[in-house]
Design a protein around this ligand. Structure first.
Ligand SMILES: O=c1nc[nH]c2c1ncn2[C@H]1C[C@H](O)[C@@H](COP(=O)(O)OP(=O)(O)OP(=O)(O)O)O1
Ligand SMILES: [Mg+2]
Length: 202
């Protein structure tokens, strides 16, 4: 596995919530972080039907555009009773003509579970695939998961995306009720990050 030997890293995301979590996870490695959002890089179309496929698109596009090593994150929620939906389409479920609306997306998610009378616990997993890509085309892939359940009503306003309806196993709090530090101890993103650090940063 190729080691990371740069003092700069491009984080290939336009999602502020993810970026804040990733920046915190990267603290202490002496790496200066800049994001695709801050640089106004174009948001590439996520045309693949897998997390790794879409993560590769985002990381390679950013590495090519900047000449920097680039780290992307493709993530989403898989719900057992919905046969793994929304999965790679998690962001699409929030899409409206005027931008993303996660209250709508969470409400629709709940309505679908109600429609099929899914019984408790409504098991689900948050999944994260990180791709670290270099400008020469090499990449490394890391996958993380956090198991839990979908709960209703929404609880907490500290996270982003679907955090208010996801209660991780072993906790009474939703991700939305945890501060970033608590969430970063146990999240799907932290799980993938541990593997990245082990493989490339140490
Ligand atoms: O920790 C999380 N807490 C709550 N929701 C989350 C989380 N992690 C992913 N999610 C949701 C948000 C988004 O609807 C979808 C990811 O879609 P995904 O394409 O990977 O991200 P995105 O479009 O928001 O940003 P970008 O592609 O620029 O990195 O899953
Ligand atoms: Mg995206």
């Amino acid at each position: 596995m190729r080691k990371f030997s740069s003092d700069r890293l491009l984080v290939a995301t336009h999602n502020r919530g993810k970026l804040e979590e990733i920046a915190k996870l990267l603290e202490g490695f002496g790496i200066s972080v800049v994001s695709a959002g801050e640089l106004n890089l174009p948001e590439p179309a996520e045309t693949e039907d897998s997390f790794v496929g879409n993560a590769r698109i985002k990381a390679h596009a950013a590495a090519q555009a900047t000449g920097l090593p680039a780290l992307s994150d493709d993530s989403g929620i898989t719900i057992d009773a919905l046969d793994g939906a929304p999965g790679v389409y998690t962001a699409d479920w929030a899409e409206t003509p005027t931008g993303r609306d996660f209250v709508m997306a969470m409400t629709q998610t709940w309505d679908r579970l109600e429609a099929i009378a899914a019984t408790e616990p409504r098991l689900a997993q948050f999944r994260c695939t990180l791709v670290l890509a270099w400008p020469d085309g090499h990449d490394e892939v890391f996958e993380g998961v956090m198991a839990g359940q979908i709960v209703w009503p929404m609880r907490g306003d500290q996270g982003h995306g679907y955090d208010p309806i996801f209660q991780p196993s072993g906790s009474d709090l939703t991700f939305g009720e945890m501060d970033r530090w608590q969430k970063n101890q146990i999240s799907h993103r932290a799980d993938a990050f541990r593997k990245l650090v082990e493989g490339c940063f140490t």
